[in-house]
Design a protein around this ligand. Structure first.
Ligand code: TPW
Ligand code: MG
Length: 540
């Protein structure tokens, strides 16, 4: 086999299911091999940020490697923000970039697409990936590929592989299978015993889960553990959508002052918080009503477990969950807890639409026709998603990049075959909405709910006096036909319901529902979030 085939087989063997990409002259030779060998299907998109976001969503939804394939310089550097988002939010996206051939590297001329030095790109990606390799040595390449993929999976972070364009077809050995990391069984046992002792000593323990639980494929086991320990379960903001399909005692999503008061009370009054797979970020924890003392909680993340004032290093999350399961037996009585109540039953009248109406309409739709996975952008659409019943969700809740929603939705449909719902604001749609034009050739048909408030509304909430937050009103619905889909603009709740029903019934083309919202009308969650953040900023 050749070098590219060795890489593609290794990606597939380690869970990758498809490749998203945009070629360039440095990438044409390896793209040819991708296309001709059909080891993994290739989906090309229009702009590299979307390639990164789609690969990231595919990685998130399956808890496996996502692949983003680009050309050197202009291509790879166009994707820096998307890869940074994947790094921050622990999505194992493997970036493959074409690179200069060995002879070109020595020509003494500046090469097109070169920024400062030939290695500038490698160094830039050093900051946003957990491991990297330039495959410029055929003997070392198999071990280099195995190491990079192993680290991506171990840390659930992006990796970077550069293929010199004159080497892609040269013969190469197969990449060795990954070997499991050695584990200190005594440390693991001591850690699991201590976690259980702490939980047993607490009078109201709560399990708080976040994205690592999905990244490491632990949802079913964590649901089982929660049931066996009779623990109520709360997700972080970033972890919204976890355990959506399990019967775990999932209460809702913790968002401090921005969240539902019953969930906030449960978490902040717990004397035994067990934070499992969490990202200790401000969007997850800074908006607490009452400061959570992490030193008094059990925190399992980043491959270690912190209990009070000491740390067990090198305890992978999966090993911890297994060790806890091995020590807990029959299910005890299920926790009697009321799940958070989400709005249902939209009044289909001539009233103007609010973000809460959108959540209500989506809840009605899913109750009637089954759940759909959601990809959400940043903006009030993501806060609105907190009022939608638990369903699989991918969204940049911590890194908070705009432009994620549409390409992530395409990534979801490519990865799962299921029809996704995309939530996106007008500002974010202006960034990456064009990518919908790629739906037709791949037979993707997402339903897109575009929150059109002619505004960068989230920014306005923080700084109402600035006129630059006013956007023009673009006719997004009218653009849909030209992109190969169908669009409709809705102004009233009645029109919203009719449009959603129609979109649900129409398969085969993307359905864009442009929902007109008045400037200044926010979801309840965003309203509470802004008030909370302002209060914290003022030090009150
Ligand atoms: C890539 C900063 C955060 S929220 C926001 C901006 C510009 C406005 C979003 O407008 P949209 O949604 O999409 O219409 P809404 O509900 O607020 O009206 N550039 C990037 N990412 C971020 N987060 C920003 C700028 C920002
Ligand atoms: Mg907007």
């Amino acid at each position: 086999m050749n070098l590219t085939e060795a890489l593609l087989h290794a990606l597939k063997a380690n869970g990758a299911r498809q490749i998203f990409g945009i070629p360039g002259d440095f990438a044409l030779p390896y793209f040819r091999i991708i296309e001709e060998t059909q080891i993994l299907p290739l989906y090309t998109l229009s702009h590299e940020p979307a390639v990164g976001f789609a690969a990231d969503a595919a990685a998130r939804i399956h808890g496996c490697i996502g692949v983003a394939a680009v050309t050197y310089g202009a291509g790879a550097l166009n994707m820096v923000n998307a890869v940074a988002a994947a790094y921050a939010e622990k999505s194992p996206v493997v970036v493959i970039s074409g690179g200069p051939g060995r002879s070109e590297s020595n020509s003494g001329l500046l090469l097109h697409h070169q920024a400062k030095s030939l290695d500038s790109q490698f160094r830039i990606f050093e900051e946003i990936t957990c491991d990297r390799a330039q495959l410029d040595d055929l003997v070392r390449a198999p071990a280099d590929i195995a190491r990079v993929l192993g680290n991506c999976l171990k840390h659930s972070r992006p990796g970077y592989i550069e293929l010199p364009r004159d080497m892609v077809g040269l013969p190469c050995e197969a990449v060795p299978a990954l070997t499991p990391e050695p584990l200190d069984a005594d440390a693991l046992a001591a850690c699991a015993d201590e976690v259980l002792a702490r939980l047993a000593a607490a009078s109201n323990p709560v399990l708080v889960i976040d994205v690592e639980v999905r990244r490491f494929g632990l949802e079913a086991r964590v649901a089982d553990l929660a049931a066996r320990l009779s623990l109520p379960v709360v997700t972080c903001f970033m972890g919204r959508g976890l355990l959506a399909d399990s019967d775990a005692s999932l209460v809702g999503t913790y968002m401090g002052v921005a969240g539902l008061p019953e969930v906030t009370r449960l978490v902040e009054h717990s004397d035994g918080l067990f934070l499992l797979g969490v990202i200790l970020s401000d969007t997850n924890f800074a908006i607490s009503e009452k400061r959570i003392d992490m030193r008094k909680s059990i925190v399992a993340c980043d491959g270690q477990v912190r209990l009070g004032y000491h740390v067990y290093p090198d305890i992978p999350l999966g090993a911890l969950v297994d060790a806890l399961l091995a020590r807990t037996h029959a299910r005890v009585a299920p926790v009697q807890l009321q799940r958070a109540n989400y709005p249902h039953g939209l009044t289909a009248d001539a009233a103007a639409i609010t973000p809460t109406d959108i959540a209500t309409a989506v809840n009605d739709l899913m109750a009637a026709h089954g759940k759909m996975p959601i990809a959400s952008d940043m903006g009030d659409c993501l806060f609105t998603a907190m009022d939608i019943e638990h369903t699989a969700l991918v969204a940049p809740g911590y890194y908070a990049t705009m432009g994620y929603g549409v390409p992530a939705g395409l990534g979801l449909q490519a990865a799962t075959g299921e029809r996704p719902l995309i939530l996106v604001g007008d500002g974010a749609f202006q960034m990456t909405g064009w990518e919908l034009g790629n739906c037709r050739r791949y037979a993707w048909d997402p339903i897109v709910l575009l929150f059109n408030n002619s505004s960068w509304e989230m920014l306005r909430t923080f700084q109402p006096e600035s006129r630059f937050n006013n956007l023009d009103t673009w006719d997004f619905a009218d653009m849909a036909a030209g992109l190969g889909g169908e669009g409709v603009r809705v102004n009233t709740r009645q029109q919203l319901k009719a449009a959603l029903d129609r979109a649900q019934a129409s398969r085969g083309r993307f359905q864009l529902i442009e929902i007109m919202l008045e400037r200044g009308i926010l979801s309840q969650t965003l309203q509470r979030f802004v008030t909370g953040v302002k209060r914290l900023a003022a030090g009150k």
